[in-house]
Ligand binder design. Structure first.
Ligand code: C5P
Length: 231
């Protein structure tokens, strides 16, 4: 980008775990032909890489020190053909594992870890535009985003959606345990001192507790048109 040129536009999609941010950002990126950033995956990969290197996950400086050396590539645009390559190896399954989300939220409370990933996230801002999903896209990473969406849904609704997904994949899971996990992660994300999960002052909050996926996308499409954002 040359001096004086406006940076590519960003749409920030924030919200708690399991609320459907992935579905919304994939759809938006496809509609607009823009790049996509799954910032949660970066926290997940960093936690896994630090653990694999024998680092104590409570030692924030040591975890942060693992970030610069990570060679991360996201391949594919849909959930079905998506692959996450770390150092050329396919880490997709382990990155997406439920337990990895817990590890990520543990390291994500540390300012040193968040600082280590900040520029890396901003580097995804490339023409023609970026759709970014996470917890602090609209508040910290891209405060100048053209559109900020904050997706909400009750913990029960999110746990139930996750339970259905797992059942369809043939995985036996306890709805009660899933609900407890969702609540524990929410608590940690919302109460942490730095970049807590919260809507930006200028975010549009979409509560999908009682909405079907196509109703959520229709609402997001409406917001796009209001902002005159298109491919
Ligand atoms: O979105 P995902 O579930 O993959 O994120 C895993 C964890 O990483 C979250 O629970 C949260 O603690 C952390 N995270 C974060 N900031 C982001 C994205 C994720 O703190 N922008």
């Amino acid at each position: 980008m040359s001096a004086g040129q406006a940076p590519p536009p960003v749409i920030a999609v924030d919200g708690p775990s399991g609320v459907g941010k992935g579905m919304v950002t994939r759809w938006l990126a496809q509609q607009l032909g823009w790049h996509r950033l799954d910032s949660g995956a970066l926290y997940r990969i960093l936690a896994l890489a630090a653990r694999a290197a024998g680092v104590n996950l409570d030692d924030a400086d040591a975890v942060a020190a693992c970030a610069p050396g990570l060679d991360i590539r996201f391949v594919g645009a849909t959930e079905a053909d998506e692959a996450i390559l770390v150092g050329g190896q396919d880490w997709t399954r382990v990155v997406r594992a439920e337990t990895t989300g817990g590890l990520a939220s543990r390291i994500a409370t540390a300012p040193a870890v968040r600082a280590a990933l900040l520029q890396r996230q901003r580097d995804f801002r490339l023409p023609p535009g970026l759709v970014a999903d996470g917890r602090d896209m609209g508040t910290v990473v891209f405060p100048d985003a053209a559109l900020k969406i904050f997706l909400e849904a009750s913990a029960e609704a999110r746990a139930e959606r996750r339970w259905r997904q797992l059942s369809q994949a043939g995985v036996n899971a306890s709805l009660i345990d899933l609900c407890a996990e969702v609540r524990a992660r929410d608590d940690r994300d919302r109460k942490r001192a730095i970049a807590p999960l919260a809507p930006a002052a200028d975010a549009v909050v979409v509560d999908s507790t009682h909405m079907k996926p196509d109703e959520v996308l229709a609402e997001i499409g409406h917001l796009l048109r209001q902002k005159s954002l298109s491919a």
